[in-house]
Each structure stands twice: as C-alpha cells, then as structure tokens.
Design a protein around this ligand. Structure first.
Ligand code: FAD
Length: 423
C-alpha cells in the first residue's frame, strides 16, 4: 500500500524557501540564534523589526525540525487543562501564560497576513473531539475552565460534532474559533523570508559545533565560520544536535507520524470536515486529522512511521469515515516532539547571555511564534520577563527508557486496536 509514498506532503507542497548559504567567515551581531524553526525565526523576525542585529544558524534547512513536520493545528494555550496549568506553575504565572498563549493564534495569523505568507492558512477553528465517557468529561472540564477565563470556546453536542466532523464515532467536540490550520513548512519558510526582509542574517547547512564564552559575550562556531554575539538563543527543541546535543537530554522525544491521502472527491469532501476545521481526539494515544488545500486527508497518530501505524491508520480511517472505502496513502512522514516533564515550554538561562526555549510538548506553532516575539521584546528592553517561567531543567533520568515506554505503548495500542477502536 505504501509504494507511492514519497516523503512528507509538506515538503512536496510548500513554496520554495529563501535561497540561503552556509555560514562562512566571521560575523558580529547582537543576538545569535541556533535553529531555524518557528521559535528561532520568530525571534529573528521580531529582533530585526526592533532594530537589533541578529543571525539564525540552521544545521540543515529552514523548517527541518518539528516546524516542518507537524499537523499544522494553530491552537491557543498549552496541552494542560487551565486549572492544571495553575497548579503546576502557580495561579499568577499560570494566568499570565494562559492569557499570552490565548493570543498566539492571532499572532500567527496576523504575521501570515502582514507578510503575505502563502501557507494554506484557514482560520475556521479546531475541534477537540470526544471519545467515550472520559473524553466527554475531559471536554466538559476544559470548556468550563476555558470559558471561565474568557475563551470563546463552545462544547458541541453529539449531533453537531458528528455533522461538523463527518463521523458518527465522536460524542462531542470542543470548538475553538480562535484556532485554525496552516501548511507548517510553508509558514516556516515564509517566516524566514519575512525575517530576511526585516534585515536578519540567515544561514543554513551550518551545524553549530560549539558555543563558547568570550570577553564580549559568546562565539557560535560552525565548520566554516563563527558568529560573535552578546546573546545566544538555542532554539533547537527536540532536534538539538551537534554542539547543542546536551539540550535534548532535558526532554523525552516522542515520535508522531502522519499519512496523507490522494485528493478526495468532491462528494467525499462534502461529508468530511465541510467547514475545514482541524481535529484531534481525547484518546490517550491521540490521533489527529485534517484536510489540506488539495482536499487530501491527513491522518496522524503517536508513534514512529511504519507498517503498524499505516495499517492502524487505514483501519481507523475506515471506521471513522466508512464512505471513503479504501484510502490510498500518497505521503508518509514523522517528527519528534520534545515532551518536558510538566508538559510546558520552558526558557532556561543556561549561563549569562545564553538561553534555550523549548519543550512545547506538541503545541509549538502558536507558542513558538509567541516565545520568539517575547524573547525579542525582552532583549530589546521592552518587557521584564517572558510569559513562560525561566527555569533550570535537569537532564531527564532514564530518558531513553521513557521514550521506549511511549513508543511501545503506541505500537501496542495500534496493534491491539485494529477494530472497534471507538466501541
Ligand atoms: C509530528 C508533529 C506534530 C505536531 N503537531 C503540532 C500541531 O499541530 N500544532 C502545534 O502547535 N504544534 C505541533 N507540534 C509541535 C511543533 O511542531 C514544535 O513545537 C515546533 O515546531 C518547535 O519549533 P522550534 O522552532 O522550537 O523547533 P524546531 O522546529 O524543531 O527547530 C529546531 C531546529 O534546530 C536545528 N538544529 C538543531 N541542532 C542544531 C545545531 N547544532 N546547529 C544548528 N541548528 C541546529 C534543527 O535542524 C531544527 O531545524 C508537532 C510536532 C511534531 C513533531
């Protein structure tokens, strides 16, 4: 079934990125950023807008990490339920972070508008779909807590959820009209073009081999060049490699894979997500689905790519949407999510002038864009702190074992849930 698979749909359908070159020779800037994903690119764009000199140094190509591989759901807030967020970091810090990230979709869509980023942006909301009694109870809690904080969310009843999704397998859905979907790699490439336009320097194919202190700040070294900067941000999240590999030890890497179908027929599209929302469900081993501009169904689930996941995905899709008959998958790809121990993003001041922002735990489009903007404002003296707590994270003990636990758990779930997954 997977003969026609060729890499990621996002790589196949994104407009070309900017033409960049590897870092060569010596450069001096106020801020050097390691990593060309949403966090690093948004930081560079906003720093340049504020008149600071900035260079982004990317090991591979723009959007190589999670930013070019994700589902493309531009959501507000973090994974945790709002009350849980307050419990985890305290009521005041929780409220600050909640309010900031409530505005994250607006920031993303306004940047897309301002810089005319061609990234299939659709702001028709997202649906968190309820499965079973625990799923409904979770959505009721979330809805109540979010509405108490002023969010315009709505809990859809069974009939409404099933019509909006086009499947009889869900008993409810939490609709968030602030949210939407994008083609994530196209958004990352568009942010890079916008940052260049504002005057940032961008280098690709330049793996940072070390970051060393100097009398004026820091020196960021790559095989053929060096950047001298007063401040350095490591924006490498789950993909921290080469000279910043140590950062990866602060998070558990969780794999999430996606499959994209051939374009559906107009009759099929009239039934699946007719309003164009993106969906993820309340199952412990979560899955997601959405459409792209070509009318392809993009289905994702936790775990690495491979036969088990694609068999399970085909089975799941035929249970969800029996009218599709047999789905032909045309693309398959996966990515690594950086799970922090508390499922929240963190800013770490590793040493004076050396920062890392990471740990989005699967929700980084809005938060990564927002944290990049806040970093820029902080460095420009326009704010006193970030909305995420600045912490010192320990290396996660038994990290590889925890990764295996999630991977084997997802694998077993996919093997065991071939049928009656929604019963
Ligand atoms: C499969 C998947 C689905 C997801 N779905 C969603 C979703 O629907 N909605 C949502 O909000 N979030 C989602 N996320 C999370 C989101 O994609 C990430 O949180 C976000 O992309 C993180 O952006 P970032 O810029 O911090 O890091 P990344 O985009 O991972 O960028 C890090 C970059 O650092 C570079 N790098 C690493 N080491 C070095 C080095 N030594 N030198 C130079 N460069 C280096 C890497 O090459 C990489 O390009 C998903 C993630 C995955 C993997």
């Amino acid at each position: 079934m997977l003969e026609s698979v060729c890499d990621s749909l996002w790589r196949a359908s994104a407009p070309e990125g900017p033409k960049l070159a590897p870092l060569e020779g010596r450069h001096e800037v106020q801020v050097a950023i390691v990593g060309g994903g949403f966090t690093g690119l948004s930081a560079a764009l906003h720093l340049a807008q504020l008149g600071l000199s900035v260079a982004v140094i990317e090991a591979q190509e723009i959007g190589f990490g999670g930013s070019g591989r994700n589902v493309g759901l531009v959501n507000a807030g973090v994974w945790l339920e709002p009350d849980q967020l307050d419990k985890t970091i305290g009521a005041d810090a929780g409220r600050t972070l909640y309010n900031t990230l409530a505005d994250a979709p607006e920031l993303v869509f306004s940047l897309i508008e301002k810089y005319q980023i061609q990234c299939e942006a659709v702001r028709h909301g997202t649906l968190h779909a309820g499965v079973g009694k625990p799923g409904l109870a979770q959505l009721q809690r979330r809805c109540e807590q979010m509405q108490m904080r002023g969010a315009p969310v709505q809990l859809l009843d069974t009939a409404e959820a099933q019509t909006r999704i086009g499947s009889s397998k869900f008993n409810s859905a939490l609709f968030d009209p602030r949210a939407g979907t994008i083609q994530p790699l196209a958004y990352a490439r568009g942010l890079a073009k916008a940052a260049l336009k504002e005057g940032a320097l961008l280098f690709d194919h330049s793996p940072v081999s070390s970051v060393q202190p100097s009398s004026e700040g820091w020196i960021v070294n790559t095989p053929d060049g060096e950047v001298h900067a007063q401040k350095v941000v490591l924006a490498t999240n789950a993909y921290s490699e080469h000279g910043v590999k140590e950062q990866a030890r602060k998070f558990v890497p969780i794999f999430y894979s996606q499959l994209a179908s051939q374009p559906l027929t107009s009759a099929q599209l009239a039934q699946i997500l007719p309003n164009g929302e993106g969906v993820w469900d309340t199952c412990t081993v979560m899955s997601s689905f959405r459409l792209d501009q070509q009318g392809r169904l993009i289905f994702g689930g936790m775990g690495g790519e491979g036969g088990v996941l694609s068999n399970w995905a085909s089975q799941r899709v035929s249970e969800l949407f029996p009218f599709l008959n047999k789905v032909e998958w045309a693309y398959s790809w996966s990515g690594k999510i950086a799970y922090s121990e508390d499922h929240l993003p963190h800013c770490q001041q590793l040493q004076r002038g050396l920062f890392s922002v990471a740990g989005y735990s699967g929700r980084g489009i809005g938060p990564g864009t927002m944290m990049g903007k806040e970093l820029a404002e902080w460095f420009a003296g326009k704010r006193d702190a970030l909305s995420v707590p600045t912490t010192t994270l320990r290396n996660i003990p038994l990290r590889e074992l925890k990764r295996l636990f999630y991977e084997v758990g997802a694998h077993t779930y996919h093997l065991g849930q071939k049928t009656h997954a929604f019963d």
